[in-house]
Design a protein around this ligand. Structure first.
Ligand code: FMN
Length: 184
């Protein structure tokens, strides 16, 4: 069997879900930045972590406001997601530029993106610096998914697939579902 080296170690950990992180910024605008390095951390308390390059404005926004909505785009939003990752909210009003429709959240003061198929409402708990990245630990205060998009097994990917990020411009939808057998 032959193996080859990936372009980078992290290529082996993609495709993975990409989210659009929305927060309110020191420049007075709402910013929206795609992030694919996101992970659940604990259930009690409900916690996630975001890995954000220290140069990215969304980091300053979350630290300024202390809250973020984590929006789950479907494959319908592939161009918007890629576009939001090519400009900075420092220079551009991304909400205007990309025509994002926003709605209020329930437990946090930042808005969410109407078109997304689900969202989490989060507050900043802790920052840990690793390399070029700030790992933000965020407590999840509330979460919702579009009812027609979920089953008892999570996303009903025959109706709406969350968007997965491969690398660069390459994105994926979720593929086949496999049920594991029961042990005798
Ligand atoms: C699909 C996709 C996934 C991305 N994932 C991350 C990520 O996990 N962490 C990160 O810091 N930047 C990530 N980026 C890059 C930022 O979204 C990009 O640098 C953005 O322009 C920063 O905007 P801001 O300065 O307004 O925050 C990603 C971009 C794309 C398109």
């Amino acid at each position: 069997m032959s193996f080859s080296k990936p372009r980078s170690f992290y290529y082996l950990l993609h495709p993975r879900p990409v989210v659009i992180v929305v927060s309110r910024c020191p420049n007075g605008r709402v910013n929206a930045t795609p992030i694919s390095w996101i992970t659940p951390v604990s259930e009690e308390p409900p916690t996630i972590a975001l890995c954000i390059d220290r140069e990215n404005y969304i980091l300053q926004c979350i630290e300024h406001c202390g809250e973020a909505s984590i929006n789950i785009p479907s494959t319908d939003s592939v161009d918007t997601v890629y576009g939001l990752g090519t400009v900075s909210g420092r220079e551009v009003d991304k909400v205007k530029e990309f025509g994002l429709d926003l709605e209020p959240c329930n437990k946090v003061s930042v808005p969410r993106i109407s078109k997304c198929i689900g969202w989490l409402e989060t507050k900043l708990v802790k920052r840990v610096d690793v390399g070029e990245v700030a790992l933000l630990v965020m407590e999840v205060l509330d979460s919702y998914a579009k009812s027609e998009c979920v089953t008892q097994w999570g996303w009903d990917v025959s109706r709406c697939s969350p968007l997965l990020h491969g690398a660069g411009r390459a994105f994926y939808s979720v593929g086949r579902r496999y049920f594991a057998g029961r042990r005798a």
